[in-house]
Design a protein around this ligand. Sequence first.
Ligand SMILES: C[S@@+](CC[C@H](N)C(=O)[O-])C[C@H]1O[C@@H](n2cnc3c(N)ncnc32)[C@H](O)[C@@H]1O
Length: 297
Amino acid sequence: MSTAKNIRNTIHDSAKMLIDAYCADNIDDARLEAELLYGYAAGIERVTVIANGLDNPKNKDLEQFELLLDRRLNHEPLAYILGHKEFYNIDLLIGPGALIPRPETETIVEIALKTIYEHPQFNQEVTIADVGTGSGAIAIAIGMHAPHATIFAIDKSNEALIWAKKNIDKHKLQKQITLLHGDLLQPLNTTIDIVIANLPYIPTDELQSLPNEIVKHEPDLAVNGGEDGLELYRHFSKQLPQHLSKKNNSVIVEVGAGQIIFVQEILLENMSTHENTQIQIHRDLRQVRRVLEIRNN
Ligand SMILES: C[S@@+](CC[C@H](N)C(=O)[O-])C[C@H]1O[C@@H](n2cnc3c(N)ncnc32)[C@H](O)[C@@H]1O
């Protein structure tokens, strides 16, 4: 650490270190991370870190901050260090073993909620599956905004399910969300009206070119989509007919950039469609074609 004299200088120097270590792309992001880490170290809100900028750091806060900063400079993701991540305006507990929910995944929540609200059974009971639930992010966001929905959240990773359970407990959604362990839709023993999935979709060859935050710290099971990135969706598609409700069903999936047409072909191989089937492609906030929806109403 440099000869920083007050909190503001400490933050500034740390932000520069984060940029030099390729942990942040720009000074705004780097400052934000440094402020959050400092706040966590000192047990204060970020707004207080900023407000107290001209104070000298307490020794114990500085020591703690430097330990956290070292972890971050070692490319440990910020969310794993802080133990929290905000998703769809909801505070989620997060740590190694569960994928950190991404902002682009909020798109699938918005689409799923619209589909749930427009479902003919909305006022009675709609069954939802969140396949590959990870931290439980999608299931929890849906549970909080569609209290009538009955949700099954499935994952193959026991570690991820531990985080999902913590989040379900934190948000008191135990009655609404049932956690299931297993391969894709297989653990289900009831049919599902709306199946939602954000499955791993990065081609194996491309994994090594991803940031160290992902490659070294996030679970391979959460990102590795096999040779062309689509292996999980092929497997998922074959399981669909057995688990989808016979009518008024929808499948909503998140995919990687450029994959949507291929995933559409894969899903349509196994889904029965009719003249009213609607196929919609939705873009995320960066305008990437991110979510595919196949709706049979
Ligand atoms: C891309 S992450 C999505 C996590 C979370 N839904 C989100 O959006 O933040 C994919 C998830 O699928 C899980 N997964 C991978 N293969 C699976 C399988 N065969 N069956 C069930 N879940 C699987 C991973 O453990 C991981 O939690």
